[in-house]
Design a protein around this ligand. Structure first.
Ligand SMILES: [Fe+2]
Ligand SMILES: [Fe+2]
Length: 284
């Protein structure tokens, strides 16, 4: 009864946002090249993000699904189904991405995935389900912030191959649509504020550590000046108009007691780009 009352009317996703999977398939052949405008750093950055997704997204699905039975708000329950279905298609496409990438560039997928896999195995043995959910909520905030950056700033993907632009924009749209689902589940089950805050700090360290480790591995064979490559790359990530530029406010906001992912309402932009990409017709 308490669980029932706690989860009634818990969804705060705007009503014009529908969370439904699109059964997309992407041509990955361009992954054998520096597909982001011939730039090895930019290409490695997006490739390193992709490496994290299949394991990460399975973890998101499992940690949200664990609490399914506690959700009695029919709207949120439907959104949980939409969230897991969207993440399952992301997993499939990024698994295909990673296998194609590693086969064509001579990377070891096992080596790239190893630290995350090991950490995950340890966490599953030692941490409570609510900690897994709190980590998912934090990762979902990171993906929502990055998605917003990709959609808002076309220069993030300027010069990239159209097949990859399509894949990353599709993923960004769906991350934006379902950005509050794990959060609303966390609220519905009474997850604490301090755990949400702590997990964001830990997840932030993990996120940057995993990305840069894999970028270093992927850029090992680079022949030119590494200093110049990383200096240019850091500008792309943190410089004026860069991928991470302007995310500070959204990041700090997460630590506020009354924070909600839809406080930053980008639904109009998401709806606009969805129509522009004709993704509104692509629902599975
Ligand atoms: Fe995803
Ligand atoms: Fe997600």
């Amino acid at each position: 009864m308490i669980a029932h009352q706690a989860s009634v009317g818990m969804s705060r996703t705007p009503q014009n946002i529908e969370i439904a999977p699109r059964n997309m398939h992407f041509d990955m052949h361009v992954l054998s090249t520096d597909w982001h405008g011939g730039d090895p750093f930019r290409t490695a950055f997006f490739n390193a993000l992709s490496i994290m997704f299949p394991i990460g997204e399975q973890h998101f699905i499992d940690s949200v699904k664990y609490y399914r039975h506690r959700i009695t708000d029919p709207v949120l329950a439907a959104q949980v189904r939409g969230f897991t279905a969207q993440e399952a298609v992301h997993r499939r496409e990024h698994q295909n991405y990673n296998v194609t990438l590693c086969a064509s560039r001579g990377f070891s997928l096992d080596k790239l995935e190893r630290p995350v896999r090991r950490r995950q195995a340890w966490a599953l043995r030692h941490l409570k389900p609510v900690v897994h959910l709190a980590s998912t909520v934090a990762y979902e905030h990171w993906t929502a912030m990055l998605a917003d950056s990709l959609l808002r700033k076309p220069q993030d993907l300027e010069g990239a191959h159209p097949d990859m632009v399509a894949l990353w924009r599709w993923h960004a749209i769906e991350e934006s649509e379902h950005k509050a689902v794990a959060f609303d589940v966390y609220q519905a089950i009474g997850g604490s504020l301090w755990l949400r805050r702590w997990m964001m700090l830990i997840v932030t360290l993990q996120f940057f550590n995993d990305t840069f480790r894999n970028m270093r591995l992927m850029l090992k064979g680079y022949q030119g000046s590494r200093v110049a490559l990383w200096a240019r790359g850091m500008k792309f990530l943190f410089g004026k108009g860069g991928v991470y530029r302007g995310l500070g406010r959204a990041y700090v906001d997460y630590f506020r007691a009354g924070f909600h992912p839809w406080d930053h309402d980008n639904s109009a932009m998401v709806a606009h780009i969805t129509r522009e990409l004709e993704l509104d017709r692509a629902a599975a």
